[in-house]
Design a protein around this ligand. Structure first.
Ligand SMILES: Cc1ncc(COP(=O)(O)O)c(C=O)c1O
Length: 429
């Protein structure tokens, strides 16, 4: 039994949350989720290629966890309270892992903390670093849920700094430099607004672009000079398939030793564990870590999850093999989708990492306005069963882009999804 239609019983924010949806593609996503493709049981079913999950790697992680539960008995500490930053021995294990894959760097149990997924890490970090009204500058297009994660509870403002309008050389270059940041700072300053944070995602969501170390170094120096916090979200760090080794912002942090530089990571993507809710923040700012611990209690990772994660990440050979296998899948799924885009001469961002292809479908639009675009998105889904993420909320200037998550389903399923999409696009030509 649920009491219905009780308007005006909530806070202002509660009222607004009760009338909206966390994601604008939620309704069709629910439709696709309830009609999921299965080669035998539901061959006409749908493919939700709109949610960033590492589906091809779920089986490998599941197998590892089954093995742990069969062979190892959980420690007694999991039944008790622990340090709000994360259980110290598990922080030790994760710091070793981070030094290996994100180093050379200064990770230690004392300068990392865990929260329930990257979303919680983003929210708690913002709470501790910024004041209400501060502006977070993000190179756009960017992850739409940043708006919620940064600002739902913290009352900060998201500012999309447009760096990507077309595919090709501009996208490859990175397109963000200190001059652009300084121009934005002065512009906001003239409006009486203050930049509190520069937020970079690398590899990026949705373009898959990797920001070059030299560019990040320049931006970090500029941020330090202006007392602006700079955070690099490397949640897709080990999903770069063109390079062996990830060049992490952590190395710049170790070199600069600045209290304004921070790093976010989570196991949701690279390790196919989005449901485990395990996020991590790294900062050399001791006051930040102290404050984070005090703010983090409602956002802690459960001890059972911390225990499993600590046990998995002690097995260095498993981690190495897992990353290798994941990269092989990524290469395959990326190639499968880009082959279709090439066939229809649809431009797309030159991704080097992440799970995404940011593709321009505007050649199928005549008017090019939002209502035609949204109608095209829905028609694509209704006719092909393939659901993509629309560009709304990403801060993309032009109309016609969709984000394709090439890891959202297995390779075999992706092949069928691409055949369906091909038939739909043929018909639209
Ligand atoms: C760039 C970025 N940050 C954060 C998140 C949220 O991750 P989590 O599921 O760990 O909260 C996502 C998920 O799609 C993401 O793409």
């Amino acid at each position: 039994m649920i009491i219905k239609d009780f308007a005006n019983t909530l806070s202002d924010k509660g009222e607004s949350l009760a009338s909206g949806s966390a994601r604008m593609d939620m309704e069709l996503f629910m439709d696709a989720a309830s009609n999921k493709y299965h080669h035998e049981d539901n061959p006409q079913g749908a493919f939700a290629l709109n949610v960033a999950e590492n589906s091809p790697m779920v089986a490998a992680m599941k197998h590892k966890i089954e093995k742990i539960f069969a062979e190892v008995s959980p420690d007694d500490w999991i039944f008790k309270y622990t340090d709000a930053l994360g259980h110290p021995p598990v922080r030790e294990v994760m710091a070793n892992f981070m030094n290996q894959y994100f180093g050379p760097a200064d990770f230690s149990a004392a300068n990392i903390a865990f929260s329930a997924g990257a979303a919680a890490v983003i929210e708690v970090s913002t709470f501790v670093l910024l004041n209400p009204g501060d502006v977070v500058v993000i190179p756009a297009p960017a992850y739409p849920m940043y708006t919620n994660d940064l600002a739902l509870k913290n009352d900060v403002e998201r500012y999309d700094l447009q760096i990507f309008e077309t595919s090709g050389s501009e996208a490859k270059k990175g397109g963000l430099n200190v001059e652009m940041l300084e121009k934005t700072r002065l512009e906001l300053d003239s409006q009486g607004k203050k930049i509190g944070m520069l937020l970079i995602t690398s590899p990026d969501n949705p373009t898959g672009k990797i920001f070059q170390t030299s560019d990040l170094l320049d931006m970090a120096a500029w941020c330090h000079q202006h007392k602006i916090h700079m955070v690099v979200n490397e949640i897709y760090a080990l999903s770069e398939w063109k390079k062996e080794k990830h060049d992490s912002f952590a190395t710049i942090m170790a070199t600069m030793q600045s209290e304004y530089l921070h790093l976010w990571y989570a196991l949701s993507k690279d390790f196919a564990m989005s449901g485990f809710r395990f996020g991590l923040v790294h900062s050399l700012n001791q006051a930040f870590v102290k404050a984070y611990g005090n703010a983090n209690i409602p956002h802690m990772v459960s001890n059972l999850t911390q225990w499993i994660v600590g046990t998995i990440f002690q097995d260095a050979a498993f981690i190495e093999g897992f990353i290798k296998e994941s990269k092989q899948y990524l290469q395959k799924s990326h190639a499968m989708v880009t082959a279709l885009l090439e066939k229809f001469e649809l431009p797309y961002a030159d991704a080097e990492g992440s799970f995404f292809i940011w593709a321009d479908f505007s050649r199928f639009l005549k008017v090019g306005d939002e209502s035609e675009y949204m109608a095209f998105w829905e028609e694509m889904y209704r006719k092909s069963g393939v659901l993509l993420t629309p560009e709304l909320g990403f801060g993309q200037k032009s109309t016609g882009y969709f984000r394709i998550v090439h890891t959202a389903v297995s390779i075999a399923e992706l092949s069928i999804a691409m055949q369906r999409l091909e038939a739909f696009l043929e018909e639209k030509m």
